[in-house]
Design a protein around this ligand. Sequence first.
Ligand code: PHE
Length: 339
Amino acid sequence: MTDLEQILSEARAKVAAATQAESLRAVDREYLGKEGVVAGLLAAIPTLEPSERRAAGQGANEVKTAVLEAIEERKAALAQEALSAQLSGEGFDPTLPGAVQRRGSLHPITQVTRELEDLFTSMGYSVLDGPEVELDHYNFEALNIPSDHPARDSQDTFFCDPEGHLVMRTHTSPVQVRAMEQLEPPFRAVAPGKVFRQETTDASHEHTFHQMEGLVVGKDISVGHLIGAMKTLLRGIFGRDLDVRLRPGYFPFVEPGFELDARCPFCEKGCSVCKRTTWIELLPCGLVHPNVLRMGGIDPDEWSGFAFGLGLSRLVMLRYGIDDVRHLLGGDLRFLEQF
Ligand code: PHE
């Protein structure tokens, strides 16, 4: 009996001393293996007095169970230790190279669109959407461009049906009319999106590009409100105040209509971006024509408004110094990964 107790306490001491799975396996082999201590005890039973055999067998089995239990317990404890060591940073080598994750990025048009949406919503504008395949009525007619109007020629329209009722919208201005139909004045709204023109493409012309329409309808809206809003827009885009100037511009749906220029944000004395003029053409705009208000269901005697058509593609090119508009929708990852 004392022998067995001694064997067991030695085995437990060895189990406790094992600090690694390998040394634990060695203890397992030593005691429970084919040639192990327990096997030796069992093999010795036939040499004993018959009266002692039963007790010896029981004793050997108890040792076996106890050693096995001790090993399993120690194994679990070691695993736990290894885990907490890992979690606490021990054995963690921060200098090993990690698994490389390729990250995508948002298209520069999307980035600038989101930025401007944030800016305009902070000024109380809603962000609206409109169909890219548009009715002639919204793209032209309700914008004061009747079917015989020469302004239609300048719009290089893609037609979607032989009768010409459906067109790929040539500008985001149709959303002005849809907004007037849907919203109760006073309201402010912007509408970013794709527009399409049947152009011969080159570095500054693309058949598909992006605009952001703006429309504000209220009481006694004046050119002063328009200029104020555009200066805020410039501050949002370029991060500082820039002087603006208005030149007359003709669009059938605004009266008066303007081309708004801003002082070149990139130079003082003239550079390649402003073509040495220190002014950059920013956007066409104007006061909403009374006919357009009327066709949108708004009484021009009671309400007035201003509208602008920001060229998003142009703005993105200015901002990032992109020299060819065709890069924007070219789908070349080497270009897109730079943003
Ligand atoms: N829709 C016009 C265009 O793309 C731009 C514009 C918008 C002009 C709003 C005035 C007011 O040509």
